[in-house]
Design a protein around this ligand. Structure first.
Ligand code: ADP
Length: 493
């Protein structure tokens, strides 16, 4: 039985002032309405920001290690609910249960790491050039921060923003994606139950154009951290700049896996299959291009096509399923539209493309995994983010050509190199234009204690996760304490 999820404002679960609701449907079977969630209006945003603004000064005075202790408690509470959260995630986002469980475990790692960072929220002491002067820096919170999150990692992404924002002493208004309200409710519940004071974390559901846009505009919001599409991210960045807000955007990717002539083909095939078809291609680090040396090209294509044929689409809760659906009709339509683009560009479909419609699959949004060959680096299928299980294969004849093809992209999130040659490994590290690099490892995946993010059109602002996560949520104050007891203005420049 579906129920009505409510907004969370000032420590209370409250109905939206609009009294309007949207449906939270299962993308594997759209006949199932899981829950309903608020289609909030701007006054709901105003109430949440007001509550956050009122609560933030007291929260900033709580010693950082005590704020960290609340994150450890959130970690404990989440650990007790792994299976329940993973199931809710699969039901509303579609990814298969092992992937959903993996996401929850990754989230636990993130919480553990950031909770520990609360004891290291230190500045620096720096020697002053003036006698009897003590100089140091402190990290100060920003105030109220807005977090706007997507549906593809609906547990991990909100947490990897909420936890560092709170540890740093900010108050938060979270605007989760429309497709994944149930997991957002669980995440909110866990932080509240862990002891985050009323008003310090608020969650407001609704449309991006309404709730998200109003948060971006709001005078009392000091900073915005966004993950989602490039179009929306660049728009938010520009709007934020008008009000001199701090903005962090994590946007698209068009990640390449490079397989050189000396690379392990079987490893590369396994990595490419996982990166391209896993999570139905809906990861920002998904492998959407494979750049293959001509000497191993035929073998690679034959094996990746065999791997694509192994994919078993279906409901992610069914243990037989290896690939869930696209998250919604818009996402499926996007994938299908790129099939037309690929046809127009004259590429070869190694497997029939389209939508699965057999049996119960017709009730879900299931695109067929497809391998495209004869792709050249400038084609739209090799340039634009598809966010579906379509893999473009590009043939090259040298290491240099491979790097050039991989770098021929407006995006720069993740990449992978398959080789056994250490000299090529270091040249790749020097020359590749991505923020995350993998050697003999898939383009997907990353650990909580390392920074995550990309360059070019992929991202702006400080890196998320790792030690860099708190940078975005803090301002540096440089402090000079003169204990000489006499005026020495001549020493100041
Ligand atoms: P996707 O295409 O992956 O759904 P979007 O960029 O559309 O990605 O959505 C990511 C998040 O941004 C969602 O929470 C969405 O509601 C929000 N959003 C969409 N449009 C806007 C906007 N104009 N202003 C602020 N937030 C928005």
């Amino acid at each position: 039985m579906s129920k009505k999820i409510q907004n969370f404002v000032d420590g209370q679960w409250v109905e939206p002032t609009t009294s309007e609701w949207m449906d939270n449907v299962n993308p594997a079977d759209t006949r199932q309405v899981i829950n309903q969630f608020p289609a909030s209006g701007t006054s709901d945003v105003d109430r949440a920001v007001e509550a956050a603004k009122a609560a933030q000064p007291a929260w900033a005075k709580v010693p950082a290690p005590k704020r960290g202790a609340i994150m450890f408690e959130a970690h404990r509470l989440m650990k007790e609910r792994v299976d329940e959260i993973a199931e809710a995630l699969t039901r509303e986002e579609g990814k298969v249960l092992p992937e959903a469980t993996g996401e929850v475990h990754k989230t636990l790692n993130l919480l553990e790491f950031i909770a520990g960072e609360a004891r290291r929220l230190n500045g620096e002491t720096i020697p002053s050039e003036i006698p009897d002067t003590f100089a140091y820096t402190v990290k100060a919170p920003l105030g109220v921060v807005a977090l706007i999150t997507p549906w593809n990692f609906p547990v991990a992404i909100p947490v990897w923003k909420i936890a560092p924002a709170l540890v740093a002493g900010n108050a938060v208004v979270l605007k989760p994606a429309e497709q994944t309200p149930t997991t957002a409710r669980i995440v909110t519940e866990i932080f509240a139950e862990a002891g985050v004071p009323d008003g310090v974390l608020n969650t407001v559901y609704g449309a991006g154009e309404t709730v998200g846009a109003h948060l971006v505009d709001h005078n009392d919001v000091a900073a915005i951290s966004f993950t989602g599409s490039t179009d929306v991210g660049l728009h938010i960045y520009a709007e934020g700049a008008k009000q001199n807000k701090k903005v962090q955007c994590e946007m698209g990717g068009k990640n390449a896996l490079i397989l050189l002539d000396d690379g392990d083909v079987d490893l590369a095939v396994a990595a490419a299959a996982k990166g391209a078809f896993g999570s139905t291609g809906q990861r920002c680090t998904a492998t959407s291009r494979v750049v293959v040396h001509e000497d191993v090209y035929d073998e690679f294509v034959e094996k990746i096509v065999a791997a694509a044929k192994e994919v078993r689409p279906g409901d992610g809760l069914d243990p037989e399923t290896s690939m869930g659906p696209s998250v919604d009709d818009r996402q499926l339509e996007q994938v299908l539209s790129y099939i037309e683009v690929a046809e127009e560009e004259g590429v070869t479909f190694e497997l029939p493309a389209g939508r699965y419609e057999e049996g119960d699959l017709e009730h879900g949004y299931f695109p067929k995994p497809t391998v495209l060959t004869g792709v050249t680096p400038d084609m739209r299928v090799a340039q634009e983010e598809i966010f579906g299980p379509l893999l473009s294969v590009i043939k090259v004849s040298s290491f240099e050509e491979a790097i050039e093809a991989a770098n021929n992209s407006d995006y720069g999130l993740s990449s992978a190199l398959y080789t056994r040659d250490v000299s090529r490994v270091f040249r790749y590290v020097n020359d590749i234009e991505t923020g995350i690099l993998h050697v003999n490892n898939p383009t997907i995946g990353g650990e909580a204690q390392l920074p995550f993010g990309g360059i070019k059109n992929t991202g702006v602002g400080d890196r998320e996760q790792g030690k860099t996560a708190v940078e975005f949520y803090t301002e540096i104050k440089s402090v000079y304490i003169d204990y000489a007891g006499e005026f020495r203005g001549g020493n100041l420049y």
